[in-house]
Ligand binder design. Structure first.
Ligand SMILES: Cc1cc2nc3c(=O)[nH]c(=O)nc-3n(C[C@H](O)[C@H](O)[C@H](O)COP(=O)(O)OP(=O)(O)OC[C@H]3O[C@@H](n4cnc5c(N)ncnc54)[C@H](O)[C@@H]3O)c2cc1C
Length: 477
C-alpha cells in the first residue's frame, strides 16, 4: 500500500516527488513511457521565464515567479545545466511597445526585478544580429535557460535516492476508489494508494475523469521547432521573444543551454494527443517567423526538428487542487508554459496540499536534496580530465564525438538510481547522440554498452519507447 501514487514522470511529477520524498511516506511515481521526461517535459523551449506575462495573482504568475527565484539553487543542487542568459521581448512598432510597457508594469507589481525597456541602439549593442526594424525591447535580467530533460530526470533521481519508487511502462487504465483507498489499475498490476496525484500532462483530464471529475478539459496545442548546430548557437546571446499575442508567446530564437540554436514554436490546437511529428509547412512558418527577428538564420545548419505538445487548460490557469469530486485525489493539470519554470514551486505547493491529508507526517532523518557534484567530461579542465581518466580509464574513451561524451559517462547514466535503459535514455542523461550527426556515429557503440551493462542481447536494446528495437538480425557473419 502506497501513501501516495504520483501519475506522470514529467517535470511536474518529478518535482512533486522530490518535495514529498523527504517525508516518511511510501511513494511511487508511475509512467506509461519507458523513461522520465518522455512527454512535454522532453520537448519544449527550456526557458525559465521572468514571470511578467501571466496575469498577476494567477497560479501561473505566482508559481512562475517563485519557481524562477528558486531555479538557480535547485539547478546547482541537482547538477542541472542552467544559464542566466536574460531575455528580450522585441517590438516592431509603438503599438507593440505599449504591450511591453504593460508586461513591465505587471512584472514589477509581481515583485520581479531587472525589467527595463530599451531602445534600438542598446538592443543592437546587446544583440548585433537582430533586424534593424526592431525599435523597442523589454529586457528581463532574470530569464534563464535550462536543460528540461535533465531537470526532470535529476529531480526524479533525487526523489528515488530518498526512497521514491519509479515504475516505467505502467499505463494507468482506470482508478477505483473504495472507502479510503484508491486502486490504480495499470496494464501491469493494480496499485493501492491513500492519495493519488494526477500529473499526467496532456492526458490529465482523462485521468481525472476516471475518478468522476470532469471539471476541466486539456486542449492539446502542438509547437514545432528547428534545432541548429552549435557552430551557430551564438547568433543570439539572449532568449529573443516577439511581442506576445492572444495565441501566446510566439516564435522565439534562443541559444539552448547546451549551445545549439533553437527556433520555434508555433501553436496549433490538435485533435490527436499522441501525434508528435513535424510538418514541412509548419517548419517553414516557424522559419519565416524567425526571420522577422533576424534575417541571419543559417537554416542549412539545422540538425533536427521536433514537436512538443502543450497541455492548455480549459480554465485558463494551472489547476492544482484536491478534486471537489474525489477526496484525496489531487489534480496538477493544465501545465502549459510556464510549467517548467514553476516546477520547484509546484513541488512545494503540492506538499502543502498533501500535509493535512496525513495526521503524523514527519521528515526522514536521512534524506538529501542534492546530487553528487558532477561535470560533463566536455566541461572539465585538462587537469580534471586527466584526473578522471586516471581514476577510471573509461573516461579516456570518447564515444560521442560531436558532444565529447565518454564511455564512463554512458556507463554511469545506465547505473543511476533511475538509470537509462534505452538509447534515448542515454542521450537525455549524457547528450550522446544529440550533436551534429544525431547519433550517426555513436549509436552502435551506445547499443554495445547498453547491452553489456544491462546484460541483455543487443537485439533487445531499444531506441525509445516500447518496441523500438534497432537491430533485428545479423546481415553478415
Ligand atoms: C512547445 C512548448 C514549449 C514550452 N516551453 C516552455 C518554456 O520555455 N518554459 C516553461 O516554463 N514551460 C514551457 N513549456 C511548458 C512545459 O514544458 C510544461 O509545463 C511541462 O513540461 C509539463 O510537465 P508535466 O510533467 O505536467 O507533463 P509531461 O512532461 O507531459 O508529463 C506527463 C507524464 O504523464 C504520463 N502519463 C500520461 N498518461 C498516463 C497514463 N495513463 N498512465 C501513466 N502515465 C501517464 C506521460 O507519459 C508523461 O510522461 C512548454 C511547452 C511546450 C509544449
Amino acid at each position: 500500500m502506497y501513501d501516495i501514487i504520483i501519475i506522470g514522470a514529467g517535470v511536474i511529477g518529478a518535482f512533486i516527488a522530490r518535495s514529498l520524498s523527504i517525508y516518511e511516506l511510501k511513494i511511487c511515481v508511475i509512467d506509461k513511457h519507458i523513461d522520465a521526461a518522455m512527454g512535454t517535459s522532453g520537448a519544449n523551449s527550456g526557458i525559465i521565464h521572468g514571470g511578467y506575462d501571466a496575469i498577476l495573482g494567477s497560479l501561473k504568475s505566482t508559481l512562475n515567479i517563485k519557481g524562477s527565484n528558486q531555479m538557480k539553487k535547485v539547478c546547482m543542487d541537482l547538477n542541472i545545466p542552467y544559464e542566466n542568459c536574460e531575455s528580450l521581448v522585441v517590438a516592431f512598432s509603438n503599438e507593440e511597445k505599449k504591450v511591453l510597457e504593460l508586461l513591465k508594469e505587471q512584472g514589477e507589481k509581481g515583485g520581479i526585478k531587472g525589467l527595463s525597456i530599451i531602445g534600438g541602439q542598446e538592443i543592437r549593442k546587446l544583440e548585433p544580429n537582430l533586424n534593424h526594424d526592431i525599435t523597442w525591447a523589454l529586457l528581463s535580467k532574470t530569464a534563464a535557460i535550462v536543460s528540461p530533460y535533465k531537470m526532470t530526470i535529476n529531480a526524479l533521481e533525487n526523489a528515488a535516492i530518498n526512497g521514491v519508487e519509479f515504475f516505467r511502462e505502467y499505463e494507468v487504465l482506470d482508478i477505483n476508489k473504495g472507502s479510503d483507498i484508491f486502486i490504480v489499475k495499470t496494464d501491469k498490476e493494480n496499485l493501492k494508494g491513500k492519495v493519488v496525484i494526477n500529473c499526467a500532462g496532456i492526458f490529465a483530464d482523462e485521468i481525472s475523469k476516471m475518478v468522476g471529475d470532469e471539471s476541466f478539459k486539456i486542449i492539446p496545442r502542438s509547437g514545432e521547432y528547428i534545432l541548429l548546430d552549435k557552430s551557430v548557437g551564438n547568433l543570439v546571446n539572449r532568449v529573443i521573444f516577439q511581442t506576445p499575442t492572444k495565441e501566446g508567446k510566439g516564435v522565439l530564437i534562443t541559444r539552448t543551454v547546451d549551445g545549439n540554436l533553437l527556433i520555434g514554436p508555433d501553436a496549433k490546437v490538435i485533435n490527436d494527443k499522441t501525434l508528435h511529428e513535424t510538418h514541412r509547412d509548419v517548419i517553414n512558418y516557424v522559419y519565416q517567423k524567425g526571420l522577422k527577428t533576424t534575417d541571419k538564420i543559417p537554416l542549412h545548419q539545422s540538425i533536427t526538428t521536433f514537436t512538443g505538445v502543450r497541455a492548455t487548460p480549459s480554465t485558463g490557469d494551472f489547476i492544482i487542487k484536491e478534486s471537489e469530486k474525489c477526496k484525496h485525489f489531487i489534480n496538477v493539470a493544465g501545465m502549459d508554459s510556464p510549467g517548467l519554470s514553476s516546477a520547484p514551486a509546484i513541488g512545494d505547493y503540492v506538499l502543502n496540499l498533501v500535509k493535512p491529508m496525513f495526521s503524523d507526517i514527519t521528515k526522514k532523518t536521512n534524506y538529501t536534496l542534492t546530487l553528487p557534484n558532477k561535470k560533463y567530461f566536455s566541461n572539465m579542465t585538462v587537469n580534471e580530465k586527466k584526473q578522471a581518466i586516471k581514476k577510471n580509464n573509461q573516461y579516456g574513451k570518447i564515444v560521442c564525438r560531436c558532444e565529447n561524451v565518454t564511455e564512463a559517462e554512458i556507463v554511469e547514466s545506465i547505473h543511476m538510481t533511475i538509470g537509462a535503459t534505452t538509447v534515448d535514455g542515454v542521450k537525455r542523461r549524457t547528450r550522446a547522440g544529440m550533436g551534429r550527426c544525431q547519433g550517426g556515429f555513436c549509436l552502435p557503440q551506445v547499443i554495445d554498452i547498453l547491452a553489456r551493462e544491462l546484460k541483455i542481447d543487443k537485439k533487445e536494446v531499444q531506441k525509445g519507447d516500447k518496441g523500438s528495437y534497432i537491430l533485428t538480425r545479423r546481415t553478415r557473419v
